[in-house]
Each structure stands twice: as C-alpha cells, then as structure tokens.
Write a protein that binds this ligand. Sequence first.
Ligand SMILES: [Zn+2]
Length: 404
Amino acid sequence: MRKNTHFFVFTLLASIFLGCSDDADSYKPNYLPTIDATTLPAENKPMTMFEDDESPSKMYDKTDRWFRVNEPLQVIQKGKDSVQISLYSPVGLTNVKIYAKLPNYDKKFVIYTFSKIPAFHRSFHKLPLTEKANDYLLETGSTVTIEKIEGFSSGAIQFSVESDDPLFQKFKKIKSNHLVQFHDGYHINELGKFLPMNPALAKEAITMIINYSYALSHPLYYSTFTNFDKYKQEQAAAAGTGINGALNWHGNADDVDGVYDYYSKEEIEKIYWNYLDKRTVWMAMVGGDSAWGGGNLASQWESGYVTGHWVGEMSVWSHEYSHHIGFSHSSNLANSGEGGGQQGMLTDFYKYLIHLNDLPFTDPDVLKTYAKTKYVTGTYKKPVFKIDPKNPFLVKYKGEGKWN
Ligand SMILES: [Zn+2]
C-alpha cells in the first residue's frame, strides 16, 4: 500500500514541514515525466563535452571541467533554481534516477528520471521544486507532494544518483574520490617536455583514470597491496628463487645494504587509502625523454593514453601516480626495481582485470582514438589485448576473483 504525504513549505528556510497524510489507496501520484537526454530541447542547452574538435581551452578550464572519479555522473546546482548534469564517461547510462535531499526534510526523493544519458553529455535542468507543486517518489516507494519552493541557496540540496545500469553499478564500486582536472601550465611553461592535449586525448585520459580507480578499489588489489610480502613470497616460490629485493613495501629512505625502511601493517593500510583519497590529480602528456609525476601532476605519453591502457600497459601511469602520492624512486611503491614493486604488480593485476572483463571499459572502440589520425601524432592500430599465461594473477586465481 502506498501512502501519499502532502507537505507545504512556507518559506525557503522553514525548518518544519506542516502537512497532512492520507490513506492513499485512491491517490494516483502524478510524477514528473522521464527525460531522454538524447533528445532534449534547446532550453536545456544540451551539449557533448570533449567533442574532438572542441577548443582545448574548454578541457583546460578547471572551473568548468572537473569530476571525482567515483562520481562520473555529476550533478551541480546552478543558481537558485537549476542544475547542471555532466557525464564524464565514454559510454552513456540508462535508467538513471537523481535523488534530492532537502536540508529540512529527512527523506530522499526522485527529482529527475532519465531514460538515457549519452556519453560525455551535459545539460541544464530547472529544479521542478521551484516551478510548482509536484508529486515525487520517495526512496521508500511512497509519494510526497511538495509545494512550490522559490529557490535554494547553493549547496542546500544534496543530490545522489542511482541506476540499475551495469556500468553505473561499476562506477558505484569505485572507492577513490580523487578529483580529476587537466592542467595546461606544464606544456605552456615547458613545451616539449610536456605536450598539449586535445579533447580526443582527454576522453582517453578520463576513460583510463576511471578504470584505474576501479582497479585500485578492487578487493583483489586491496588484499594483494596489504599483503605484498605474501605476493613477493609467491613470486619467489613460482620462480624457484629466494625473494629478490625488498620483502615488503618500504619508504623513500635509501636502502643501505639490504636494510629497507619497511612500513608497518598500519602504515601500509593508511598508504593504500592515500591512493584513493580526495586529492586532485592533474593529468598531462609528456613529449620528452621521460614521464613525470609529483604533487598534483601525473603524466604519460600519448601512446599510453591512445592504446597502452587498453592492453593494460599501466606501468608508467602507476609509477607517475605513485610520485603524485608522494613516493620517490627509492621506494618500491614507485619503483619497479629491487625485485619488483607496485608498478609491475599493478600492471599484472590490471591485465588480469581486462582478461576477466572486470573494468568499467574494456572496448577501445568506444572511443576509437587509435584511428583519429587528425588528433594524434603517433601511428596506431586497434589495440588487441592478450593475457600472458604466466600472469601471476591468472596463475593464482585461474579466472576467479571477478568483483560481483
Ligand atoms: Zn619517476
């Protein structure tokens, strides 16, 4: 049985809703229509972000283009009565419900339902609350009628997103909330060492960072990272040798005669979460003799963005991202030397996820950047992934371990 609740809001900042509730077997809620974002009228200002021929100045505008890796579908209030929705994903979503939570009402309700949101879509939508009284579906399945509210101060409404789309279900598992932006200062100040990117490359970078953030969040990765000593032992056993180099994760102090500054179990746990925290990463592209990372910066070559990540070549990215987290070449969290560190382990793990089809995006044809000769300088073929039968994750888990 559904109940309908009717709320009257007298002022913008009213802290109490006065209302009446009636048995509503007879009440037929009149919800707002479902929106198909592929066919929006001009008043919604629909657009596709990162169109190949869009001016790169747009992607480098950090106030306009940014997202958190765990929220590729971003909902931001604009002014007192509108929202902007932006999807930072190379694949669209279906069946999306956007919930709103008002400061003075404790239940979440559906404010927009989208049948479709295409890849890299952006549009603007009037808050229906500011237009007239409407019925809204509550999270609980009941109905609430909310009277017209004149407007909202910025940040007053909390938005959240739900969808049964399998892609969205993968987004939901991402535990990292790193903020992604593109920064043009590197190539402006040191052209050659760094190169300008374009929207075609930015789309690949976004695709890669979502996949990478999913991989870091994966339970198999967490268990391997937090038991790296065991991983090292297994590698040594498989090779029939003693453990090569460090036994476990260690810090930035230089090794003195095999004496490493090993981290404690607690420190390793904390470091894992540093990789997934809310810091900002500025993605950039290198052109010189080496890639760079540190502070906000993490960069790699065009080939890494265009084809490398699709076949799991994540070694450079893992290395630069570790500089961004704070590790130098003397630590095996950044360096692959000293018997293998995170670079190699992450790369093998990432390839195993591609093999399992357990990443948000595994089909390079969603972007086909390898064929966009106008937007890349290298010569590329369609990347084709093949798992090495000796991949340590394949050897150990034998096709098991998919994140369900
Ligand atoms: Zn380095």
